[in-house]
Write a protein that binds this ligand. Structure first.
Ligand SMILES: [Zn+2]
Length: 469
């Protein structure tokens, strides 16, 4: 039974999907005005591991991640670049998808864009105005009236006084009834994109897009909503208020919030200038698998530290997994199957699943995986496995990796020229022609194939990833 700790109630509760067997998940996605930094991907990859684990457990999952393609930052960046907001958003959406793919994030089932859901946003705002939860100001902007929604502040556990003091006050060119009220619809300003709609010309505020798009794709009530901890207030507080005020139904069953990545001892964000962009890290040769490992390997409610040491430790962990897979692929032993292997596999699997069932405790799940790696290496060294046992262990690791996403791609067959070099080297060693063997090893290394001599004969693996780690 999967237990998840819900931010709203503060309780760990069993996953209980609205439609049995199907889990509907919404994640707040990127605002596409510049390169994503690894702090963004900490949150996106947490949702990725959640979705992967739900699928591993046999649930059908619909995963929606929005793309914010209109807001103040996008308008400013497009003006600076001398291109349309749409062209700028297209450019950075493509870049986001490239980074996501490099970090092996599962592609969400739907990646809705705000500017393509103006009709749904307008319909939602109209309902809020009709029900008295929103009002229009003189310039044609529309605000949510927080005093109409007594439950406001529950998610962030704020009382009314804290709200007054702590609220990040929006640009005051819009005249509001109450300083706490937030913009649903922004009246047009010169040189800004706007849409002609039934509620007048303008553009949507940020919060309303997530309510409109999540409900459009997942229904008025859905199972899980994820985001970074910084989105609890005001973004998710506002999403709850406007969604439930419009529908009269509970919006989300379980809220999950991911802690920030720590870098140089402070929260990473674009505004502090403490940036590490995914693309920049990969450009300097950081292994994308090691980066993914680092970002997912700490429990989502704890803040992992990002540093060279942490990246080095992640690369070393990946290397141990790669080395085991290579050893298993090369392993040959004509003997009976290992009678105790089933127990070892079952122990590892139950440890892995118990950890992830417990509020997605990925660090404990990885500990179970590495206990098993030690166990498998011990059996390889002891030659207690049959050839088919070795294949079973490899298949088993691949199965767990459907959740983690850190193992190398399944090896494609070596191309014929490299296969011939390997054969020639094996022949040279059989003939004890060490000079030829060494020369062939160098040739293979130059082609990115690392060769190691073992009791099972020569064992090879692609060297590029290892060297880059
Ligand atoms: Zn959102």
């Amino acid at each position: 039974m999967i237990q998840l700790r819900d931010t709203l109630t503060g309780e760990a509760r069993p996953l209980d999907p609205i439609e049995p067997g199907t889990v509907r998940v919404y994640s707040c996605g990127p605002t596409v005005y510049g390169p994503a930094h690894i702090g963004n991907f900490r949150s996106f990859l947490f949702a990725d591991v959640l979705v992967r684990y739900l699928r591993y457990r046999g649930y059908r999952v619909t995963w929606v991640m929005n793309v914010t393609d209109i807001d103040d930052k996008i308008i400013r960046a497009s003006a600076a670049a001398g291109i349309s907001t749409e062209a700028l958003a297209d450019r950075w959406t493509d870049r986001f998808l490239a980074d996501a793919s490099a970090l092996r994030m599962t592609t969400p089932d739907v990646l809705p864009r705000a500017t393509r859901h103006i009709d749904e946003i307008v319909a939602l705002i109209s309902t809020l105005v009709e029900r008295g939860h929103a009002y229009r100001t003189d310039d044609g902007s529309i605000f949510f009236r927080i005093s109409s929604w007594p439950a406001y502040g529950r998610l962030a556990r704020l009382d009314a006084d804290e709200l007054r003091v702590g609220q990040r006050v929006e640009a005051d060119e819009y005249a509001k009834d109450d300083v706490r009220d937030f913009a649903l619809w922004k009246a047009p300003k010169p040189n800004e994109p706007s849409w002609e709609t039934a509620i007048g010309p303008g553009r949507p505020g940020w919060h309303i897009e997530c309510s409109a798009m999540s409900m459009a794709h997942l229904g008025e009530s859905f199972d899980i909503h994820t985001g970074g901890i910084d989105l609890v207030f005001p973004h998710h507080e506002d999403e709850i208020a406007q969604s439930e005020a419009a529908t009269g139904k509970p919006f989300v069953r379980t809220w999950l919030h991911c802690a920030h990545l720590q870098m140089g001892g402070s929260k990473m964000s674009k505004s502090t200038g403490n940036i590490a962009r995914v693309a920049d890290l990969l450009d300097v040769g950081v292994s994308p698998r090691a980066l993914r490992y680092l970002l997912i390997s700490v429990h989502y409610r704890q803040a992992p530290a990002f540093s060279d040491e942490a990246l080095g430790a992640a690369a070393a962990a990946i290397d141990r997994l790669d080395a085991l897979l290579a050893a298993l692929a090369a392993y040959r032993e004509d003997r009976d199957d290992d009678a105790t292997l089933d127990d070892a596999l079952a122990t590892a699997r139950s440890g892995f699943e118990a950890a992830l069932d417990d509020d997605l405790n990925v660090s404990a799940a990885l500990a179970a995986v590495f206990d098993f790696v030690r166990e498998a290496n011990r059996r390889i060294d002891a030659r207690s496995l049959s050839t088919s046992d070795a294949s079973r262990i490899a298949a088993y690791l691949r199965e767990l990796d459907s959740v983690l996403g850190v193992l190398p791609e399944e090896e494609p067959e070596l191309d014929a020229a490299l296969a011939r070099l390997l054969e020639a080297r094996a022949a040279a060693r059989a003939a004890r022609d060490w000079a030829a063997s060494d020369r062939l090893r160098d040739e293979l290394a130059a082609a990115g194939i690392a060769v190691e001599d073992t009791r099972d004969g020569q064992r090879w693996r692609r060297a590029a990833e290892v060297a880059r780690g």
